[in-house]
Design a protein around this ligand. Sequence first.
Ligand SMILES: Nc1nc2c(ncn2[C@@H]2O[C@H](COP(=O)(O)OP(=O)(O)OP(=O)(O)O)[C@@H](O)[C@H]2O)c(=O)[nH]1
Length: 446
Amino acid sequence: MLDTTFLVDPRGRIVYVNAACQRMFGYAPEELIGQLLFDYLAPDDRARTQEEARHVMAGCPRVGFENRYLRKDGRYVNVMWSACWSAEDQLRIGVARDVTHLKRTEAIQHATYAISEAAHNATDLDGLLRQIHQIVARLVPVAGLAIATCDRRTKELSFSYQMDRDGSLPVLDEPLACQFCAQVICGGRPMRLPDTMLRARSGEALSRHDRTGWLAIPLIAQHETIGVLVLKSDPETHHSDEDRGLLHFVSEQVAIAIDRAQMKDELLRAARYDELTGLPNRRLFKDRINSAVARCVRSRGSMAVLYIDVDDFKQVNDALGHATGDLLLKDIARRLQLCVRGADTVARLGGDEFVVLLEGVATQGDAQLVVVKIRDAMLPPLDIGGQSLRIQLSIGVALYPEHGQELEQLLKHADEAMYSDKRNTGAVLTYPAPPNPIGGSSPADR
Ligand SMILES: Nc1nc2c(ncn2[C@@H]2O[C@H](COP(=O)(O)OP(=O)(O)OP(=O)(O)O)[C@@H](O)[C@H]2O)c(=O)[nH]1
């Protein structure tokens, strides 16, 4: 028979079981007869199974109750029961069907569906990784989970997500974890953290804590390894071959979901940030200034906009090359950011033009304090490949509401003020710090 038939007395003791139990539970009939069936139950399923047995013994035959038992080899078997009570014999008659395979298929289907739903609904990569943790934890025993992802451009590996069961703690110390993940990426297949690597870290015999199991599965999307899924398991519940099979299958869906989320994040970032400097671009700046205007209208607040242009920047490109010009722009962006508060916005409009949004600044005098700070920050020359570059900025200020009550008016005023500043100061960009202005550009020329 494919199914296992049990006869169980009112106390739950097995009175009879057929030979099919050997295949399903790993025990021969003589090993089970006389034992309590309850003792073989998965601990999590005990309470509801007792409840179900009471029901059956009250004279309600049932078909379709499911629970799990621990086999002799330590694996779980999923069982579906048909059971009834014989009052005459004072025996519970149960026919057990092995539905482990069915359950596994169901679990894979659920996980696949849940992952694609999470990929669809998650607003960002962080949210997606949190949901993936929950989905994996429903599939196999997980004490903690980490996800390492490769940077698309640099190919550097870093941990984008690490979480223990209790919601805290980095999962594995970082250098060891990176070394382990690098090995998994090279091998291209799931791998358990070898004890030798743990010993190399602790330098002695492994403690119970160190015996925690670590299983890493490469995340492969479009034939490329994009990261590694690292699972922590308690010393008592190392992942079985079946768990590994499940994880291997699910990891393919996880990889696709992460790949898509990364791409979406990148597209969103590219649409809002300047690639060279990492500063907000014109579009994001407009959003920020519009929100700031709305806040000012509500709270009768004030703000200032600084329009900044690098004097004679073209000559850096012409004389020292575009790459040097790029480095200079990056350094200017960095220095500008150091001059303002976290709540302020520094953005690059394009080329050598930057803007700064200073919320809560009401007067020309207050804005000028920041202008002076910025000019001071640009005083130290930048050293690029032995070239000492000095720069000068032209800066124009517009105040809300004095010079405009909306974005375009404010930018126009600040731009005009910047040109007026350029006319007044003249260009003094020098490299490698010679005394004369470059290229004969005089304020009158512009
Ligand atoms: N290296 C580099 N140069 C850029 C980039 N974007 C624009 N530029 C260059 O920046 C220069 C901008 O020059 P302008 O603002 O027109 O002129 P300028 O030399 O700064 O002169 P003034 O503005 O009158 O002081 C042009 O040569 C552009 O080609 C960039 O991303 N990297």
